[in-house]
Each structure stands twice: as structure tokens, then as C-alpha cells.
Design a protein around this ligand. Structure first.
Ligand code: PLP
Length: 419
């Protein structure tokens, strides 16, 4: 009873001039995705190309993954060189490539320890272990609950789903207290004698590019220190240069105890990492966590190559300059077309446009795709602009021209319906 790809995709899409690659493709994939009717055959820098040779400006980066764009020479070199050596050996052995990548993360962050995983959600599960183990180690096993934010996204393992109250397969795993975004007083009163830590995205990504106010992040740090709780930042989306800093916490003036990172860390190669300070990381012992694939030589060579590029001095300056330029252009757009895009939110090259009430973000993304611009829908009827960090001013201008064109078309039909 396989479903044709087209039927899977059509669920949320308005029929438009774009046709699926083939009406007759029977997807062998579990029907959990609703892909846009397009496939890419080539990528170069900030551009992707379909089989017909049409060029798309990739302002989605595969959901903040392709941090260095497509086919970046440093990434290609790392993969091809390591492919001549052991791709995998197991954590039963010492892995020099893993130590090298770990040392690079430690050198550029607060971390004293690193653990490599294969995806974002795995780092969240690992981080939950670290948070609980900190309390167990200090003879407080009754402190096991973690405060989280409703509407955040931490991944799809049962723990990650339960953490953000998004478990569609009840019952939830126990141990999480989710408070509403913005209800910061509730966060303080949610702390009980059972609380072990706080898990938060500094900017909610899937939740609609919603930055947590700086003063609240600082307050969280104070509360964690005061109550001896572990503060964990989920920087799976905000990390690896996305906000103009290697990690977003750097701009806040506070430091978490634990941080999870993935997505852009491998620039397309699947890898994640948990960073921990000595206070929390030092509570873990042999056998408490592990992974078959996590930290294999291939993944770690890519991580080292990506970090070498991103931590190279002018790189993050470039991200900040481009982020400001994108922000200014998007703000101008919201002023000219407030009924189409009502607000810009975000930081650096992680920005969200809130779509007007008469628009549906998925349809907006589809229309922009037809015009050659790829963006990613997010919560709160938002579209995300998260281009590769190597994006240039000209490419931002190209994206803004497409957005302007879309706004003009939509304004025309808006005026027809609202004379
Ligand atoms: N945390 C955040 C903030 C994310 O944005 C995501 C993915 O979108 C995850 C966790 C889960 O990561 P993954 O899909 O690699 O498991």
C-alpha cells in the first residue's frame, strides 16, 4: 500500500505550476515526510540545481546544516582524504581524529569535555544523562526533573519529544516541566526540590525563530547557580557560527554548563557533540554513555575541517556583517509589505519572517521556491532564512529581490481580495 510521492507531498501544498519529479514515483520511505516536489542533482556554494539545470538560491541550508554551502573544498578534502584511511574503528580504541576535533571544540568554547554523537537528538538524550548524573553524583537522585520551554524543539527520541511536550505517542517520559515561552516568572516557580536542570534553546528555531530575551537568559544562569542546577543550551540550530558567534551563548555574557551542537558542525556530514564543563562532565564514568558510530574518524575529520574554516578570524565577522545586511533588507520589506511579512526575528544568519494572517508559510515557501529561493517553514507561521554562512551581499540582494517580487504578486492578489 505504498503511496505515490505526489500524494504524500500534496497534503500541505497548494497545486502550483511546479510538478513533482514524477507523478508515478512510489516512495519507499515511511510516509512521515511531505517533501516539496523537487529534487536537486548538484550543489555549489549557496546554489542548488535541479535536473533541468534550474538554479536555486539555498537560504534553507538543509535546515541550518550546510554551514559552508555545498561542495565546500575543505569538506570535500576532509572526506576524500579520510576515505583512504579507516572510516571507522570503534570507541574501543583511541581515535586521534576524535581527540583533534574535541580539542578544537574545547579551545574555542567553555567546554572541558566533549562527546561525539551522530545527530542532534542523540546529543539531547546524552545531555539529559549528564544533567541527571550531576545530581546523582552529588547525592541528590531525587533531583531528576528538567525545566523546558513549550514550543521548543529538541528532536525526536522519546526523551527529546517528551522534553518539549511534543510526544505524539503518549505516554510522555516523565521528568520534564515545560513552561510557556515568555512566562519567565513561571520558570522560577517551576523549580522544586526535584529539579535537576534547565534545557533551553537560546533562540527557538523550529518554534518560529524566537530569541529568548537576554535578561531572561542571564536570570536562568543566576537561578541555576543559586539552586545548583545544570544549565544546558540546545545550540543544535544556533551553533557553529549561525548567529555570528561560534555559539550563541557567547553574545549573552553567560555560560551554560552543558551545550548540544549538531547540524552545521558537519556541514552536511551527520555529526553532533555534547560540550560540558568540568563540573558536570567530570561526574560521568566509564560505561555511562557511548555510541557505535559517534566520533568515528571520518565524522571527526569533517568536524575539524569545518571548525578550522569557521573559527578563522574574518569568517565570523563576515557572518555578522551579512546578518546585519539581511536584517536591514528584511526589515525594509516588512515596512513596505506589512500585510505580507509582519515581523523579522533572529540573529546573524538565522532570521525568521512572520507571514501575514492571510498567508500560509508552507505555501509561501513553495511560491518562493518557484521563483528560485529556498526557505524553510517554521512554527508561528514563520519562514526561516538560514543561508550558508559563506553567503555574499550580492546573493542576499538576489534573495531580497525574489522576496520583493513575491510581495508584489501577493499584494496584488491581497488588494483584489481586500479592495
Ligand atoms: N534541537 C534543535 C534546536 C533542533 O533544531 C533540532 C533539529 O531541527 C534538533 C534538536 C534535533 O536534531 P536532529 O534532527 O539532528 O536529531
Amino acid at each position: 500500500m505504498r503511496q505515490p510521492l505526489r500524494d504524500q507531498a500534496i497534503g500541505f501544498m497548494m497545486r502550483g505550476p511546479l510538478k513533482p519529479p514524477s507523478d508515478r514515483i512510489m516512495s519507499p520511505i515511511l510516509p512521515v515526510f511531505s517533501p516539496f516536489p523537487i529534487a536537486f542533482v548538484r550543489g555549489e556554494g549557496v546554489y542548488l540545481y535541479d535536473a533541468a539545470g534550474k538554479r536555486y538560491l539555498d537560504f534553507g541550508s538543509g535546515v541550518a546544516v550546510s554551514s559552508l554551502g555545498h561542495s565546500h573544498p575543505a569538506v570535500v578534502r576532509a572526506i576524500t582524504e579520510q576515505a583512504q584511511r579507516p572510516l571507522h574503528v570503534s570507541n574501543w580504541y583511541q581515535i586521534p581524529e576524535q581527540y583533534e576535533a574535541g580539542e578544537a571544540l574545547i579551545a574555542h568554547t567553555f567546554a572541558d569535555y566533549v562527546f561525539f554523537a551522530n545527530s542532534g537528538t542523540e546529543t539531547i538524550d546524552g545531555a539529559i544523562k549528564l544533567i541527571r548524573q550531576y545530581q546523582i553524583y552529588h547525592k541528590h537522585p531525587e533531583r531528576y526533573r528538567i525545566i523546558t520551554i513549550k514550543g521548543a524543539f529538541h528532536g525526536r527520541t522519546f526523551a527529546a519529544m517528551s522534553a518539549c511536550g511534543k510526544n505524539t505517542f503518549p505516554p510522555d517520559l516523565p521528568g520534564f516541566d515545560a513552561i510557556s515561552f515568555g512566562d519567565w516568572d513561571a520558570l522560577e516557580s517551576a523549580i522544586t526540590r526535584h529539579t535537576a536542570g534547565i534545557l533551553i534553546e537560546p533562540i527557538l528555531g523550529e518554534g518560529g525563530v524566537q530569541p529568548v530575551p537576554l535578561n531572561q537568559l542571564r536570570r536562568l544562569r543566576e537561578l541555576c547557580t543559586q539552586h545548583d542546577l545544570v544549565l544546558c543550551f540546545d545550540e543544535i540550530q544556533t551553533g557553529v557560527g549561525r548567529t555570528g558567534h561560534l555559539y550563541a551563548y557567547e553574545a549573552t555574557g553567560i555560560t551554560p554548563d552543558v551545550l548540544t551542537t549538531a547540524k552545521g558542525l558537519g556541514a552536511g556530514f551527520p555529526v553532533g557533540a555534547i560540550l560540558a564543563n568540568a563540573k558536570v562532565g567530570g561526574c560521568m564514568q566509564s560505561g555511562m554513555h557511548g555510541s557505535t558510530f559517534g566520533g568515528n574518524p571520518l565524522a571527526c575529520k569533517v568536524v575539524s575541517a569545518v571548525l578550522a574554516e569557521i573559527t578563522h578570524t574574518p569568517f565570523l565577522d563576515h557572518v555578522r556583517t551579512m546578518g546585519q545586511w539581511l536584517w536591514d533588507q528584511l526589515t525594509a520589506l516588512t515596512k513596505t509589505y506589512p500585510h505580507i511579512f509582519s515581523q523579522v526575528r533572529g540573529a546573524g544568519l538565522m532570521q525568521g519572517l512572520v507571514c501575514g494572517a492571510s498567508l500560509d508559510n508552507r505555501s509561501v515557501a513553495l511560491s518562493l521556491m518557484e521563483k528560485g529561493l529556498l526557505v524553510i517553514p517554521a512554527g508561528q507561521n514563520t519562514i526561516r532564512l538560514i543561508p550558508p554562512l559563506i553567503v555574499t551581499k550580492d546573493q542576499i540582494d538576489e534573495a531580497i529581490a525574489i522576496l520583493g517580487d513575491f510581495c508584489e504578486d501577493s499584494s496584488f492578489s491581497f488588494r483584489q481580495h481586500h479592495p
